[in-house]
Design a binder for this molecule. Sequence first.
Ligand code: SAM
Length: 263
Amino acid sequence: MSENYQHRARKRFGQNFLHDAGVIHRILRAIHALPGEHLLEIGPGQGALTEGLLNSGARLDVIELDKDLIPLLNMKYASNPQFTLNQGDALKFDFNRLGAAANSLRVVGNLPYNISTPLIFHLLDNAGLIRDMHFMLQKEVVQRLAAEPGGGDWGRLSIMVQYHCRVEHLFNVGPGSFNPPPKVDSAIVRLVPHPVLPHPAKDHRLLEKLVREAFNQRRKTLRNSLKALLTAEQIEAAQVDGSKRPEQLDLATFVRLADQLAS
Ligand code: SAM
């Protein structure tokens, strides 16, 4: 492996490498990693963020799927005792393997956009381990994550992520900051798992089921779209107006409806 190694970006791995030093610094400042912390970077690629994360003095695990990038990452960072390279698929990774204490893991990634939603759900299954997450995502996805009830961006992703986390849309990043440039705008989002859930459901799987059903037919009234799950009486018992559409309901209201399913 020579210093001149040139990696050709692979589309199937969602490889758009960050090259804009200003954006890289801005992301690192937003994360503000400190010695003694435990970071996990998903998809380090050629190390655009990895370098600065390690320079913070924090312990850093990375998970990279592309086997061709492993020698490069080892060459650059393996001599640092704070660095651990895990080759594999972050979607299948067992985060308990990292030995992180509860609420301690700080997750970071310029994520491959094709897997960002399932990956966020996989991480939320392990929310108890996580202190916070900073991701580069497609801008539209960040707008959906940070959406408020009443608009077209409010949907399953907003509700299920806001059930677990506080969401902050930090800043946008244009295509020119990447090589190759993606066809879409990007944005940085911060997700912080709630220390105590503000609206706990009796069974969060039922909440997921109900939200999916409601937004499968987002133009329909709740009375119609939830027909297979709840009677008009149950909707009324949850103090919900069945003539409303799903995008008009906030998280607390969805939880009340889901709790009717559980009772
Ligand atoms: N962090 C680098 C940067 O900012 O330049 C690379 C970002 S690139 C958008 C996404 C990275 O995630 C690539 O290195 C890609 O190989 C890796 N990747 C894609 N799918 C993955 C998966 N399922 N698990 C882990 N890494 C993955």
